[in-house]
Design a protein around this ligand. Structure first.
Ligand code: C2O
Ligand code: CU
Length: 434
């Protein structure tokens, strides 16, 4: 045996020892959405949401996934910049059949708040409860006085107390919104935070179609991160909009008054269709005062702009709506359902205009790469950030820039309203070495 092999083995061995390993199993579950109130759903490891997967930035992560569902599935690691073969979609792997096991192996390069969910029959599999948070921690993780992970979802329960039947043209058009509002799989739960303290809250919107316009009873908080991790500096806010698939990180608190109950609310947001009133997702109970040791740095990181000065658009992606004799209508990209888009070359900066020609909002999601938002309807965003989901307003345009680093393979983008994705508003394309 040559020395080469020896040393390579040693590297493999030491990496393997430091790898983070999980076992995930998707299967049927009795999901207790409220005390004494269960629905028959799908879960990972018997729970909804699935277990919080905690990875370390730059360390291998290994997830041995077993499918115990009565249908095939694949698991997508939403937001992670990993090799195409591990992206967990039907374009890069054969779906995992009932009873089969597939091991995902990759090294998360970025710290932040991500999530995982199936990429097969999503309108049913996610609605039934298959989703979970995936946290990638940095070596020098910013710890405030505490941390919470809140995964938002809404579920439509019918009169008999079951998850409502799927389908219908209304749902296909608007996306399915639910009548039960859940955080971490529970209807309107209560969280606690000590008066005087500041916590780091990681928030994921796992809803099929609901836009969550989050408010904490009107109390100010600070936005510290988005899809791709920290923004450059904390941004004070009283509300923040999370389209489906989106994440945000907040510094929450301090609250003054022990005993106060603060709402975790979804404020009205009109997305061209849908709800109007304020809806409650949960509450926060302010507990006995505690000293705070949290120190929120005024600068969180630098994000080098991908584009400085004038630039030309390299591609226009058109989100559209089209009547169909067979299906009533389709949602399309560049006029085509499940569009096959042109390849992009590794190393060539992409500047895309995502043009929404419809009357309703669409959350555009790019797999595997972060983008920077240059403009929405000609307006620069309030702060620079790294994103993988951006809302494209009705009859509006989002101009984004992203850089295809050397991870060739098949990738995709789509609307993260799951019913729109299913109705055709998605495309796959190749990233290839020139
Ligand atoms: Cu959450 Cu194809 O994505
Ligand atoms: Cu859409």
């Amino acid at each position: 045996m040559s020395r080469d092999v020896m040393s390579r083995d040693r590297v493999a061995w030491s990496d393997a020892r430091r790898a983070v390993r999980y076992r995930l199993e998707a299967g049927g579950v009795e999901w207790e959405i409220a005390p004494g109130r269960t629905v028959r759903g799908y879960g990972f490891n018997g729970q909804v949401p699935g277990p919080i997967l905690e990875a370390k930035q730059g360390l291998p992560l290994e997830i041995e996934f077993t499918n115990r569902l009565p249908e095939p599935t694949v698991i997508h690691w939403h937001g992670l910049r990993i090799p195409a073969a591990m992206d967990g979609t039907e374009v890069v792997q054969r779906p995992v059949q009932p009873g089969e096991t597939f091991t995902y192996r990759f090294t998360p390069p970025d710290a932040g708040t991500f999530w995982y969910h199936p990429h097969a029959n999503e309108t049913e599999q996610l609605e039934k409860g298959l989703y979970g948070a995936l946290i990638v921690r940095a070596a020098d993780e910013l710890a405030l006085d505490g941390e919470k992970i809140l995964v938002f979802d809404d579920l439509r329960v019918d009169r008999s107390g079951r998850i409502a039947k799927f389908g219908g043209l209304m749902d296909r058009h608007n996306g399915r919104e639910g009548n039960v509002r859940l955080i971490n799989g529970t209807s309107e739960p209560e969280f606690a935070i000590a008066a005087g303290q500041i916590e780091r809250w990681r928030i994921v919107n796992a809803s099929s179609a609901r836009y969550v316009r989050l408010s904490l009873g009107g109390h100010p908080f600070q936005i510290i991160g988005t899809d791709g991790g920290f923004i450059e500096a904390p941004v004070p806010a009283e509300k923040v909009l999370l389209p489906p698939g989106d994440r945000v990180e907040l510094a929450v608190g301090p609250f003054a008054q022990e005993g106060d109950i603060v709402g975790i609310d979804d404020l009205p947001y009109y997305r061209g269709t849908g709800k109007k009133g304020v809806e409650r997702f949960g509450t926060i109970r302010i507990g006995p005062r505690k000293a705070s040791t949290a120190r929120l740095p005024p600068r969180l990181r630098e994000i080098a702009p991908l584009v400085t000065g004038p630039t030309s658009v390299t591609r226009t992606v058109t989100l559209g709506f089209r009547p169909s004799l067979r299906r009533g209508f389709d949602f399309v990209i560049d006029g085509e359902r499940h569009h096959h888009d042109e390849p992009v070359n590794v190393g060539e900066l992409q500047v895309w205009d995502v043009v929404n020609t419809t009357q309703i909002d669409h959350p555009f999601h790019l797999h595997g790469f972060f983008f920077q938002v240059l403009e929405i309807n000609g307006q620069k965003p309030a702060f620079r950030s790294l994103e993988d989901v951006i809302n494209v307003p009705p009859k509006g345009t989002a101009r984004i820039a992203w850089y295809p680093d050397d991870r060739p393979g098949m990738w995709m983008y789509h609307c993260h309203i799951l019913e729109h994705h299913a109705a055709g508003m998605m495309a796959h394309f190749e990233v290839k070495r020139p």
